[in-house]
Design a protein around this ligand. Structure first.
Ligand code: SF4
Length: 536
């Protein structure tokens, strides 16, 4: 049984947690002046953090897997909802093998800790926690995503995914409690803070506002989401911290009502309304349907009379949160689910037919095949493509600005916006899912004008500018499912070769070969955009 200590307005979860015991040789009790203290060898912090970021990279909570299984059984779910849910379940099963992390973006390491005043380490706790995080990222097939600034305009990858964000609160007692989160960039980018006024605090104002905010989130953070909304907060940063905790489920047992002293609470009826609204949106689990969200948490906090902060954010399909605890009994980590395959449907899921697209042909022939398809058509891609994302796009644009020709690979192949996790020994590729397409939007018109980037593959919606450019230059944007990177890396990518910008690490340019790589036509050469009608 987990017991958190109540401090300030947030009174977090008292939930049944299944714990994994990591040992008790690093904790030692001692008494002084009638009080019991816990002496913790700092190596215990390293062990706990290392195991936490290993586990959370490969395993999910049972509740999250159950929510995916529900989609497969729901007659109101769209065929595309079910297809995405099945891919995510298959992905979880591959990832649970402990070789391919569930997503190629293995995240920024976030640690929120509550240290009891009777816990003594005699050390710099954040340093020992960071050591464990660094060990997890360097020893496993994870990705290094952290960029260190050398100057305002120069950055280098830190090569160990550090630094981590580590926040600690002091609380009474002799236990040390932790929430570890591996937050992907796409998911973090869908964190919104609004400075509203008291006028927003009515159903007539708040619900339409939240409806607009859902559209702003869009699909690029890999739905189905665990959506969180926080209304109020004594400061902007407090609102956002509460938002992050809410999205992980950490605040689930908050009470249903406020108090005159400012107790934060959950508004469960508004949660139900926002969930229903998300289902009416039509975006579904990425390609149309009902399951934009698995669930919604709405937290109401006290506020200064002149401010009304509202935070809106998500935890994505890589719902990577894990609790830890150090107490007199030893070191414990929340037990995540190691057998996702038991949620596979019986009889087996039949995805129906998809259109096969041969990428082993000239770009004009690929476009001639795509132009026959309607938006939302599911395709299976087979053949070579080129991988290039943010920093490679910066370099390619600089070539254009200098009056140079773009490389032939950028004209001859479909361009996949992605950056892989490490390749496990004996495999062709590591986890290798798509990144958010929208960040590359500004480059598309100038590249397509030069005959490059005519067929793109990534996740999420595109801008009006991209739609218009595709219409003008005969381009296409295909949506890959965001989330099942382990599946794509293990089953669909048969060869990976770095061909340019080698100094950019995971952001280098690669040539890859794919087989039966699933995608959907999102933007076509006639000005159609699958997402446009939902997001208007
Ligand atoms: S599932 Fe999507 S949003 Fe989440 S970390 Fe992976 S790529 Fe990013």
């Amino acid at each position: 049984m987990k017991s958190f200590v109540c401090h300030n307005v947030l009174c977090p979860a008292d939930a049944d947690i299944r714990w994994r015991f990591l040992g008790n040789n690093l904790v030692q009790p001692f008494s002084c002046r009638g009080r019991t203290f816990l002496e913790l060898a700092p190596e215990g912090l390293t062990l706990l953090a290392r195991e936490a970021f290993r586990d959370v990279s490969f395993f999910l909570r049972t509740g999250h897997l159950e929510q995916l299984a529900v989609i497969l059984q729901d007659p109101e779910a769209s065929a595309n909802d079910r297809f995405v849910a099945m891919e995510l379940l298959k992905n979880a099963a591959i990832s649970a093998g402990g070789v391919f992390p569930m997503c190629q973006d293995t995240g920024t390491a976030l640690v929120m800790a509550k240290k009891g005043e009777q816990v003594l380490t005699g050390a710099d706790d954040a340093w020992w926690i960071s050591k464990g995080i660094g060990e997890a990222y360097t020893e496993e097939n994870l990705r290094y995503s952290q960029m260190a600034p050398l100057s305002m305009y120069e950055e280098v990858n830190t090569q160990n995914n550090l630094p981590a964000q580590i926040d600690m609160d002091a609380v009474p007692g002799e236990a040390y409690d932790f929430l570890f989160v591996a937050k992907g960039g796409g998911s973090a980018n869908k964190t919104f803070l609004y400075n509203k006024t008291a006028q927003t605090l009515s159903p007539e104002e708040l619900l339409p506002f939240l409806g607009k905010s859902l559209k702003e989130i869009g699909t690029s953070a890999c739905p189905p989401y665990h959506l969180a909304v926080v209304v109020g907060g004594m400061s902007a940063e407090y609102t956002l911290k509460t938002l992050k905790l809410a999205s992980t489920g950490y605040l689930d047992s908050l009470p249903d009502k406020g108090t005159s002293q400012g107790q934060g609470f959950r508004d469960r009826s508004l949660e139900a309304e926002v969930l229903a609204m998300s289902r009416r949106l039509g975006l579904g689990a990425q390609f149309g349907g009902k399951y934009f969200c698995h669930d919604v948490r709405v937290i109401r906090l006290p506020r200064h009379g002149a401010s009304c902060f509202i935070g809106v954010g998500v935890s994505c399909s890589a719902h990577r949160n894990i609790l830890g605890r150090i107490c007199l009994d030893g070191l414990f980590l929340e037990e995540l689910d190691r057998d996702p395959a038991r949620f596979f449907p019986d009889p087996a899921f039949d995805p129906g037919d998809a259109v096969s697209i041969n990428l082993n042909q000239p770009m004009d022939a690929i476009r001639a095949a795509l132009t026959k398809l309607k938006v939302a058509t599911r395709v299976m891609l087979n053949g070579p493509m080129v991988v290039a994302r943010d920093l490679a796009h910066v370099r390619l644009k600089a070539m254009l600005d200098r009056g140079e020709e773009l490389p032939a690979y950028f004209r001859d192949h479909m361009v996949y916006y992605a950056g892989p996790a490490k390749t496990p020994a004996g495999h062709a590729s590591g986890s290798f899912g798509p990144t958010t397409a929208g960040r590359m939007d500004p480059y598309v018109p100038c590249f397509q004008e030069k005959g490059a980037s005519l067929v793109m593959l990534a996740k999420g919606n595109r801008s009006f500018g991209v739609r218009e450019s595709c219409r003008k230059h005969g381009g296409f944007y295909l949506g890959s499912i965001g989330g099942p990177a382990a599946c794509l890396g293990k089953d669909c990518i048969t060869k990976v070769e770095m061909i340019d910008c080698k100094d950019l690490g995971m952001e280098a340019v690669y040539r890859i070969e794919v087989k039966n790589f699933p995608a959907f036509v999102i933007v076509d050469d006639k000005g159609n955009d699958f997402y446009a009608s939902f997001l208007r």
